[in-house]
Design a protein around this ligand. Sequence first.
Ligand SMILES: Nc1ncnc2c1ncn2[C@@H]1O[C@H](COP(=O)(O)OP(=O)(O)OP(=O)(O)O)[C@@H](O)[C@H]1O
Ligand SMILES: [Mg+2]
Length: 493
Amino acid sequence: MSTILEKENTVLSVRGLKKSFGGQVILDDVSLDLKRGEVVLLRGENGSGKTTLVNILTGNLEPDKGEIHLNINGNKEIFSWPRRWWKEVNPFDHFTPERLVWEGVGRVWQDIRLFPTMSTLENVMVSSPKQRGENPALALISSKAKSENKQNKKISSEWLSKLGLGDRLDSSCDKISLGQMKRVAIARAIQAGAKILFLDEPLSGLDNSGISYVMKYLETIARESAITLVIVEHVFNISTILKLASAVWTLSHGRVQINKAHEIKESTVNNGNHLHNLLRQIAGNKGKIYTKQLPNGAKLNVVNTDSLEESQAILEVKDLVVKRGIRTVIDGLSLSLRAGHFYLLEAPNGWGKSSLLDVIAGIHPSESGNIILKGEEINSLPTYSRIKKGITYLRSQQSVFTSLNVEEQRRLAKTDRQLFGNTLNCKTKGGCLSGGEKQKLLIDMLPAANVYLLDEPMIGLDNVSIGRLVELIKQMTVKWKTVLITVPEYKEV
Ligand SMILES: Nc1ncnc2c1ncn2[C@@H]1O[C@H](COP(=O)(O)OP(=O)(O)OP(=O)(O)O)[C@@H](O)[C@H]1O
Ligand SMILES: [Mg+2]
């Protein structure tokens, strides 16, 4: 059928792929091959088209031009664009995500997309292919539906256990941490029968143990089940992925550069953006860095940019107890944040980083304890009053207004900060922005304040943007502002 797929073990080939949005060329003549069991790192700056490429290769978006050849399970398929009219009317030739999932092309979304009110186990079970129970008639008359369901439950529990979630099978997916959600999403894609799996930033937001569970698992499915993996990641996790990947695709200005993994190991991995370098950059020559141990394996790294002066406490948290559902996530925490200091709260997933910030901002209630801003207790104040008093909070959900464009959102936020201004197209709607672009817009739109609380602001940002964020933090501390950012517990690799 195709000469391209005759090559040994090639499961997917792409030829001459093009995609533009409103005249902006994102992919320009991209050609690639994927082999069975191969592991590829897909990297590139924010907005370079990584998610767009994954969207196309998983049937979520049609390219303007090009060909996709699939050869999974011995079924050879060719999709080509522009589509011929008879392909459009042929009900068996639709290029859709459902169809490609059936063929064995799976994905894990950058923004995760679990069913929030279902348990972790149900989220995985629901993707089991060809379930008799899906058909109400068969569910009633077929004796096998019940035993199949039992079997699905067993396999789904095993996937989750292998990813370290064996004790959270019944937890509702809106009550688990970001890192845990990512692992559920991976288990779900595997349970759906993926033979080629696209993972969009699977490690971002994960702590050390989460990363090691996921990496071990990905290694197992690649080596033992010969599942092909294409993994999108940014700077903090690139060196981890390179331990597994054999090839690297780098997207830049619409073009893809293909390298063997060992070719790029040396030059681009240790690029000075790991956490201790980041703290050093903020501290500058005069600043002091010290670390305080917090309960349950968390650390508070403190940077005092001007070590000569001891500033006053601006925000104090005293004996704070916070619950999420029936679980006590924070049990008697006390902190004191000073003006002109930078704080980096490094804690494992599920420690309660977001819960702590939610409580300080008045979004989630505390069980007991005090929050004191400039000597005044603010426990009973609503969020808007706390913001008026000088607290700004960037939540980790990356929620922008999807139907407003960048320019309209900036106008709404009434800020003129343009830290990343020139890298964002002012006419792009919020819902169309890439993950990193959303984060940049939200950082740009933060209202001016005395205390900045930023929950995992570096997630999804490329190297250059992290550099700009570090500069912004430095400027803020120089102006005697207090900045607290959270990161997952992190280990240099
Ligand atoms: N439907 C759309 N309409 C207009 N522009 C879009 C649309 N989808 C994506 N874009 C733009 O295309 C570019 C590529 O987006 P994409 O999401 O592929 O980037 P990315 O490489 O995944 O970035 P990130 O690292 O931030 O996740 C971005 O500039 C984005 O704003
Ligand atoms: Mg992306």
